[in-house]
Ligand binder design. Structure first.
Ligand code: SAM
Ligand code: SF4
Ligand code: SF4
Length: 369
């Protein structure tokens, strides 16, 4: 007798069955994907092609050789003025990308559609040229999503850039706790800057940038999710991104090896129920649990990140994702050999589902049933 686990594994690994499940899941969670309708006017024929090819690749594992990434992450700053306990970018020596390098990358990837001009290990608004960069990318018609700790952001200037989304990272509304999680951060300054941005946007009658609030849920703030949501409603944010904490042995071993990121099914169930209560009231919330056993509103099946995205660091080195930036996961340097980078990416994607890449060892996102 073949056990049901084996049958499940077979089903999950047959491309078409897996792909259809994936597509159905996307339809079900479509409301949480949140791209505004106007963003589709930014799709040129080439972008549409990459969008479609990326979608087919991530759903069915069929990879086209000439496919460019739909989404680009560009590390404009490495390092941070905060030193959040789940990130610790504050420990890194600060490095900045110059405007000319940024411009070259944006020009190289004109056929990508979504641009994240920051990485998972830096505060983009520490770069003095960030407003100029956002402006340039906006003129090139990218859908731009930038995330910030809101400590040094200039609300007036950011409104003038044409950026589409600016995400405010707030993990607690208790000033003491905020300072303990977002070390070196001051809740009152962050809240003041956020209120100012939303007020100015309202006064000017602008539709963008959309302002989401992003909360990373961990042991320290598990009991505060509702308070953070209520704060966001009061301030007038447009939507919420609620993630559970992610930790890798490679990036942050002391955190990964603690009990902190290990959420039980029961914990995740409680979060889902609470979030659903607010979704039922019409709030836009995307829930991304960084655990292997629950999809939330995120994705189903194999990790979609490398199929849709490319991450380029502050020096132009390219990687499949920014979650585990290891030196050996490098595709090459886009300034030195763009075609080589694309070739290595293609090879990486072709074998991604056949065998878990070394890079993804220990990552809970590699496969979600
Ligand atoms: C790394 S930050 C970079 C941009 C900016 N410094 C900020 O804080 O928004 C991007 C987002 O990742 C979140 N983040 C940081 N460490 C994380 C972790 N271990 N797991 C999940 N999200 C994390 C942050 O809270 C933030 O919302
Ligand atoms: S989460 Fe953002 S603000 Fe906090 S240390 Fe990391 S890069 Fe800095
Ligand atoms: S499985 Fe994890 S490490 Fe691998 S590409 Fe996806 S997010 Fe990155």
């Amino acid at each position: 007798m073949i056990s049901s686990r084996v049958i499940d594994r077979i089903k999950n690994n047959i491309g078409v069955v897996r792909g259809i499940k994936d597509v159905l899941f996307d339809i079900k969670t479509f409301r949480t994907k949140f791209y505004p309708l106007y963003s589709f006017s930014k799709l040129t024929p080439q972008r549409l092609k990459n969008f479609a090819l990326g979608y087919i690749a991530k759903s069915f594992g069929i990879v086209a050789q000439n496919m460019r990434p739909r989404t680009l992450f560009v590390e404009t700053v490495k390092g941070c003025n905060f030193n959040c306990i789940m990130c610790r970018a504050g420990r890194l020596p600060k490095e900045y990308m110059g405007f000319d390098s940024f411009k070259r990358i944006v020009d190289m990837f004109q056929d990508s559609f979504i641009l994240y001009p920051y990485s998972d290990r830096g505060e983009p608004f520490l770069n003095r040229e960030i407003y100029k960069m956002l402006n340039y990318a906006s003129l090139k018609n990218f859908y731009i999503i930038v995330s910030s700790n809101f400590s040094v952001i200039d609300a007036e200037r950011v409104l003038g850039t044409g950026v589409d989304e600016i995400v405010a990272s707030i993990d607690s509304v208790n000033p003491d706790r905020f300072g303990k999680i977002r070390e070196n951060g001051n809740f009152n300054i962050v809240a003041r800057n956020l209120r100012k941005l939303i007020k100015l946007r309202r006064e000017r009658g602008y539709k963008k940038p959309i302002v989401p609030l992003r909360m990373v849920v961990m042991k320290e703030n598990f009991d505060e999710v509702e308070d953070v949501i209520k704060f966001g409603i009061e301030v007038g944010v447009d939507r919420f991104y609620i993630d559970t904490v992610y930790a890798s042995d490679w990036g942050l071993p002391e955190f990964a090896n603690s009990d902190n990121p290990k959420f039980s099914r029961d914990d995740i169930g409680k979060l889902k129920t609470l979030i659903q209560k607010y979704k039922n009231r019409g709030l836009k919330i995307r829930f991304v649990p960084n655990v292997s056993f629950e999809k939330g509103d995120s994705f189903s099946g194999y990790c979609h990140v490398p199929f849709l995205s490319l991450f380029i660091d502050v020096h132009g080195n390219a990687f499949p994702c920014c979650i585990q930036v290891k030196p050996d996961s490098i595709f090459g340097n886009v300034f030195e050999d763009l075609e080589g980078v694309m070739r290595k990416r293609y090879e990486f994607l072709k074998s991604f589902r056949k065998k878990r890449p070394d890079l993804c060892e220990g990552c809970p996102l590699y496969f979600k049933p």
